[in-house]
Design a protein around this ligand. Structure first.
Ligand SMILES: Nc1ncnc2c1ncn2[C@@H]1O[C@H](COP(=O)(O)OP(=O)(O)O)[C@@H](O)[C@H]1O
Ligand SMILES: [Mg+2]
Length: 396
């Protein structure tokens, strides 16, 4: 098990009384590649800025190696950041851009006569040269040290930004959508390279993206966020195969999300039929969300299907066809290597393992006001909150 490095404990962030992070708890381990994933505005950058020391949480603690660092300024944390806009110095060449942070005198603790004090030290020029060369080699820019920033492509500028961030050997690198400005092909190349760089330098990466494929490709751990809340933390495989709720299922890959009723363990109804499933532990006849991945639906002859439908559209996607099938009131998405024709009658088959039954949380009921600071009651009391009105009922 990897060692714990950073921990956020009940971290809440409010701007002008409006909560944008809602008491999140998160543990980041040493040498982990952890990705914060979620739609725009869900609080990813704010979380990163709290870890980096650019924001202090309204309440809660930030721990580094078990020590509370809420008040420690960014330059005193063993953390470096690659921002969304990489902000290289245009008047400096590649070498000087990367060397910049190394030329700033560093405070190091020195112990003399039993007393520890901070002493400013400057690196020798030879040491700076060596470190810059090593960093440039690591990001695949060996030999580019004399180039001007404006002579570089977008991908090369991004590499310089990464070299600049790793050159002073932080323990943690924070990356905020660093590949956002690159075109798709380059982005894919850089995804693999970043992962390699992380493994070679052996430091912790906390990476922010709204791109689920990017998160699944690169990460050891994915943290799915929505509206200031952490929805799920897990490996890419866990998150993909066992999403905890319909939001995660929908955000990670494509899914058919169907409302159903869980009668008892392994027995669920949806789309007007009863199915065997592998889930258990729900209340009797509990309303649930049923999530089915398009690649898990098998197309058959109509008479062999558990469900029947009519093909609505067929789109070639390179490796598979994306097929929409009308099944009663619902339209299902199916991925298949076989291509039926629009208007064909087809059968749909599911195995119990492909049916994912989930609680249906009513986290953000329609018409609900945004959370405000008053909502974080230190001792929340359900009765008090709804004193004038009936508690809202879960929608069926
Ligand atoms: N300095 C700020 N002042 C006011 N609101 C902010 C500030 N920073 C972020 N926000 C708000 O907090 C929410 C989360 O923002 P952010 O963390 O940047 O989301 P993400 O990076 O996931 O897109 C957004 O609604 C944003 O407008
Ligand atoms: Mg952001």
């Amino acid at each position: 098990m990897k060692k714990e490095l950073i921990r956020l404990v009940d971290c809440t962030m409010a701007f002008d009384g409006e909560i944008v992070l809602n008491a999140i708890n998160l543990t980041i381990h040493n040498k982990e590649f952890l990705t914060l994933l979620g739609p725009s505005g869900c609080g990813k950058t704010t979380t990163l800025r709290i870890i980096g020391g650019f924001e202090t949480p309204t309440s809660g603690s930030v721990l580094f190696d078990g020590v509370r660092i809420n008040e420690v300024p960014p330059h005193k944390r063993r953390v470096n950041t690659v921002f969304q806009k990489y902000a290289l110095f245009p008047h400096l060449n590649v070498f000087e851009n990367v060397a910049f942070g190394l030329r700033i005198p560093q405070s190091v603790p020195v112990t003399e006569g039993g007393k520890t004090r901070q002493k400013k030290v400057r690196l020798q020029e030879a040491e700076i040269g060596q470190r810059v060369q090593d960093a440039l080699e690591l990001v695949g820019l060996k030999g580019y040290h004399r180039r001007r920033v404006h002579q570089l492509s977008g991908g090369q500028q991004q590499r310089v930004a990464i070299a600049r961030a790793i050159v002073n050997r932080p323990q943690v690198l924070l990356l905020d959508e660093p590949l956002g400005a690159l075109d798709l092909k380059l982005r894919k190349e850089m995804q693999h390279e970043l992962k390699e760089i992380q493994q070679q330098v052996g430091i912790t990466f906390v990476y922010v993206t709204h791109d689920q494929e990017e998160a699944l490709t690169m990460s050891d751990t994915v943290v799915v966020m929505n509206q200031g809340n952490i929805q799920q933390i897990g490996t890419p495989v866990d998150i993909y195969n066992e999403p905890v709720n319909a939001f995660v299922a929908d955000f990670i890959g494509e899914s058919n999300i169907i409302q159903g009723v869980m009668h008892r363990d392994n027995d669920v109804s949806f789309a007007g039929k009863r199915f065997l499933c592998v889930d258990s532990g729900f209340d009797p006849d509990q309303p649930v969300d049923v999530v089915i991945r398009p690649e898990d639906v098998r197309l058959t002859a109509p008479k062999d299907g558990q469900l029947r439908g009519t093909v609505n559209s067929v789109t070639f996607k390179g490796v598979f066809y994306e097929i929409y099938v009308d099944v009663g009131e619902l339209e299902w998405m199916v991925h298949s290597t076989a291509a039926p024709k629009v208007g064909d009658e087809v059968g749909l088959c599911l195995t119990p393992e492909d049916i994912h039954v989930m609680d249906r949380p009513d986290l953000f009921p329609e018409g609900a006001e945004a959370l405000t600071i008053e909502d974080i009651d230190p001792e929340p009391d359900f009765e008090d909150k709804y004193v004038d009105e009936e508690p809202p009922e879960a929608e069926l």
